[in-house]
Design a protein around this ligand. Sequence first.
Ligand SMILES: Nc1nc2c(ncn2[C@@H]2O[C@H](COP(=O)(O)OP(=O)(O)O)[C@@H](O)[C@H]2O)c(=O)[nH]1
Ligand SMILES: [Mg+2]
Length: 264
Amino acid sequence: MQQQMDASSRAAPPPVPTASDRKRQAANAARAMEDSDDEPEQLQFKVILLGDGAVGKTSIAMRFTEDHFAKQYKQTIGVDFFIKRLVLPGEVHAALQIWDIGGQTIGGKMIGNYIYGADAVLLCYDITNYESFQNLEDWYRLVQRTFQGVGDTMPRVTLIGNKTDLNHMRMVKVEKHNLFADENDMYSCFMSAKTGDNVDQCFFRVAADLSGVTLTKPEIEVASKIVTAQIVNHPLEDESDASQTKNHNETAANRSKGSGCVVQ
Ligand SMILES: Nc1nc2c(ncn2[C@@H]2O[C@H](COP(=O)(O)OP(=O)(O)O)[C@@H](O)[C@H]2O)c(=O)[nH]1
Ligand SMILES: [Mg+2]
């Protein structure tokens, strides 16, 4: 199972490229591929899942990285990390470092540090819970404040309506969803972490966008293949946790399996 960490007991999060590093990374990767036959440089992006507790953030991360769904609700304490490697059209290798932040930490002191440096933000709500949609205004404002404060480029934001398998209990109209996304220049996406519907597609689109790869449907069907999924070995782990983390990594690596993505 994924590694859980208590936000309050940890120092700074691991260094990840900021939004402003993206262009340089993409240029370097392109140059590396042109200049040599070596393994292409891997782009790495920090992606954060934000939204109220119980909207399905952990389930989304687990569905995407491990193709697994747990019915029982287990509140995320602090932050969990997942990583997923993708090969995009044009043999562009990208790794998504996915940060799953407990919904209960919106007012917490650490939340700004977690959001800082994100290349993409996934604002998640539960389509059967109107309040979880309304509260995204606050989550979005928090993201804006974090990036305005440091004068860094805003991350690419995607609005995610989760639990589409419960469409018969929908409390948020599609029009409302679309309006919020349009008004704030967000990508928009509906998915079900439970069935897996549209999960890979959404992340794949985010990865392509961050990597500067333009997707066409046939290209994606042929070229998209997921290489590995593993839980990140956080460099700030203390010694006592290290052996446990190693076991986590090994288990996750054993569990990981390739799967294809198709964009609709
Ligand atoms: N029906 C349905 N339930 C879901 C879906 N995604 C998550 N859940 C359930 O919603 C609850 C909260 O999920 P969780 O991933 O822990 O939410 P988080 O607090 O946002 O991380 C759990 O009981 C999940 O099994 C979904 O797509 N469909
Ligand atoms: Mg969670």
